[in-house]
Write a protein that binds this ligand. Structure first.
Ligand SMILES: Nc1ncnc2c1ncn2[C@@H]1O[C@H](COP(=O)(O)OP(=O)(O)O)[C@@H](O)[C@H]1O
Ligand SMILES: [Mg+2]
Length: 301
């Protein structure tokens, strides 16, 4: 079957697989000492979780999205499902786990120093259903328990989808050669491969986001590119990597070059670091076009 008729047959553009969390973020002048309370100068709370953030962007940008995840049978679980339904994400792949609490992440930020405590909660009960992945053109996996990442990649490939993996700090999966787009930040890449030489990584295409904004890329022909040019004053970087992933995935699914796709990723990360909260900057294509024009960034939007 040619690519076009396959695309027409698929009823979902992207299925995200990963955590759904509730984020609490506090900006402080300094961290508390032992047995001390300090006042935050600003606070934010809202829905988060890396894959959930990426899918939120993609759905608001107009792609047909689904999600594989798990939430507790609590008020936060309800909020995740209602939010996704509100932006048109199919929630048929999200399990509600009785007697479990939804995942939570608490971040305390002081200047460049960000300290996070997370609780996996119901996320641990995520199950991959190959049936659910079948209608997807593309599956995006964000770092999770090793065995689930491995299973997700294999199931996505069997379903005939392309795969991106934001592996973050997690171990590289055995099936890394099957991953179409492997994503991580430059510190994570250096820790895994000892340098920023993108040919050391066996994934088909490699996408490494750079500190301060932008990305380094290696395509399947071994060509290396760098995209830079948008650097913001960071207010809160929560969800910026997830926003980058969304821009990149959107571009590749529209058939753009990986350089243009990474430029859109860079823009969405830039918009995200300027505000508090992982999903605060999420906007539709019209809003993204406006921001790109304002910044003089040329994109095939
Ligand atoms: N000053 C900045 N201006 C614009 N983008 C930035 C800036 N600093 C970091 N970024 C981008 O934000 C994203 C951060 O992602 P990452 O380092 O993976 O963090 P996380 O996974 O915690 O969100 C990357 O795409 C990076 O290039
Ligand atoms: Mg990241």
């Amino acid at each position: 079957m040619d690519k076009k008729s396959l695309t027409e047959k698929k009823s979902l553009d992207v299925v995200g697989i990963g955590n759904l969390n509730y984020d609490i973020i506090m900006l402080v002048d300094r961290f508390p000492e032992f047995h001390e309370k300090v006042q935050a100068k600003e606070a934010y709370f809202g829905l988060g979780g890396a894959a959930g953030n990426t899918i939120s962007w993609l759905a608001v940008m107009g792609l047909r999205c689904g999600f594989v995840g798990a939430v507790g049978d609590d008020e936060i679980g309800n909020m995740h499902i209602e939010y996704f339904r509100g932006i048109g994400v199919d929630t048929g792949g999200i399990r509600r786990i009785p007697n479990r609490r939804s995942g939570v992440a608490i971040a305390v930020v002081s200047g460049q120093d960000k300290r996070i405590v997370k609780h996996l909660g119901a996320n641990a009960e995520r199950r991959i259903s190959e049936e659910y992945l079948k209608p997807a053109r593309h599956v995006h996996v964000s770092s999770g328990p090793e065995s689930i990442v491995e299973e997700a990649i294999r199931a996505a490939k069997r379903a005939g989808a392309t795969v991106s993996l934001d592996v973050g700090e997690a171990k590289l999966p055995e099936s890394i050669g099957e991953v179409d787009y492997l994503m991580m930040n430059e510190d994570e890449y250096r820790r895994k491969f000892g340098s920023l030489d993108l040919r050391l990584c066996p994934a088909r295409n490699v996408v490494v986001t750079l500190n301060g904004g932008g990305a380094a890329l290696r395509n399947s022909d071994g060509e290396v590119f760098e995209v830079r040019g948008l650097s913001a004053k960071v207010v809160d970087s929560t969800g910026a990597g997830d926003a980058f992933d969304a821009g990149f995935i959107y571009g590749t699914l529209k058939g753009w070059s990986i350089v243009d796709a990474a430029k859109l990723g860079m823009l969405l990360a830039y918009l995200t670091v300027k505000v508090m909260g992982a999903r605060t900057a999420v906007r539709n294509i019209g809003g993204i076009k406006k921001a790109a024009e304002h910044l003089g960034l040329e994109l095939p939007l």
